[in-house]
Design a binder for this molecule. Structure first.
Ligand code: GLY
Length: 264
């Protein structure tokens, strides 16, 4: 509805009024006719993507997204500029995250919410513990890439277990740490450059042993071009995952590329 850009974090009341007016005046059409103010949560993000089969809420490994466009968590919010998994936390914080997930599982049952599928719990790890920022009933992007390249179980079997309400018995197996970088096109998130040719990614992916996931990309006469903001993402697994995704981003032949170097 707002292409992942419907959230703004404001620094004072004046800016809040300005942004609210823009939205209520139709910045995102019908999608911004109503707006919601939420408490500002300070801390690092955590994406807890879970499977739910009506009884068992099974968290996948945790991942961390980087939603700001620029390094050092600056610039506008985006749909996600990169992610990594797993996420290191101290024991107290980890307990707080698992308690929160347990409360969510209990609430789903208590309120008799009949749901089978993916529950994405977006959290902020505040000084008072983990707090929920948002829920989605889908996988997250780019966190899903960070998880899927690590997952050793068969995804189809897992999803069948969701359907057949067998998550209680599932044991998840995970490979080495992963790192994912989003390659966006200049101007993203407001007016990304389209129709810019993207060269060499097949060759680079092979050489660096990384996975490339297409996003806003199109193919014309056997060549690839940008077709929107987040053009592709690159995922690698292993202790040097970040070095390899970064090498891919640096060497990619795509003149309007924009990416962050501090996603790790
Ligand atoms: N990475 C954030 C989301 O998918 O909502």
């Amino acid at each position: 509805m707002a292409s992942g850009k419907g959230v703004v974090i404001v620094n004072d009341a004046e800016e809040a009024v300005e942004k609210a007016e823009e939205m209520l005046n139709g910045k995102f059409g019908q999608a911004s006719k109503r707006i919601l103010f939420e408490e500002y949560l300070k801390g690092e993000e955590l994406s807890a993507i879970c499977l739910y089969d009506g009884n068992t809420l099974l968290p996948l490994e945790f991942a961390r997204d980087h939603k700001k466009l620029l390094e050092g968590e600056k610039g506008p919010n985006t749909g996600g500029m990169g992610a990594y998994s797993p996420v290191k936390m101290d024991g107290d914080m980890e307990n707080s995250v698992f308690n929160l997930l347990k409360n969510i599982e209990n609430a789903l049952k208590r309120e008799n919410i009949r749901y089978h599928g993916v529950l994405y719990v977006g959290m902020i790890l505040t000084k008072d513990g983990a707090k929920v920022l948002e829920y989605n009933v889908r996988f997250g992007d780019p966190e899903a890439q960070a998880l899927m390249v690590r997952l050793q179980n068969d995804l189809q079997e897992l999803l069948t277990d969701v359907f057949n309400e067998r998550l209680e018995k599932v044991e998840l197996r995970w490979g080495d740490p992963s790192n994912v970088l989003t390659i966006a096109s200049e101007g993203y998130p407001f007016s990304p450059k389209k129709d810019v040719e993207i060269g060499n990614f097949h060759e680079l992916a092979k050489e660096l042993g990384v996975n490339v996931f297409g996003g806003a990309i199109k193919k014309k006469n056997g060549k690839y071009f940008s077709d929107g903001g987040r053009v592709l993402s690159v995922a690698a697994v292993g202790e040097d995952a970040h070095e390899r995704t970064l090498a891919f981003a640096k060497r990619l032949d795509f003149p309007s590329k924009v990416y962050r170097k501090d996603v790790f």
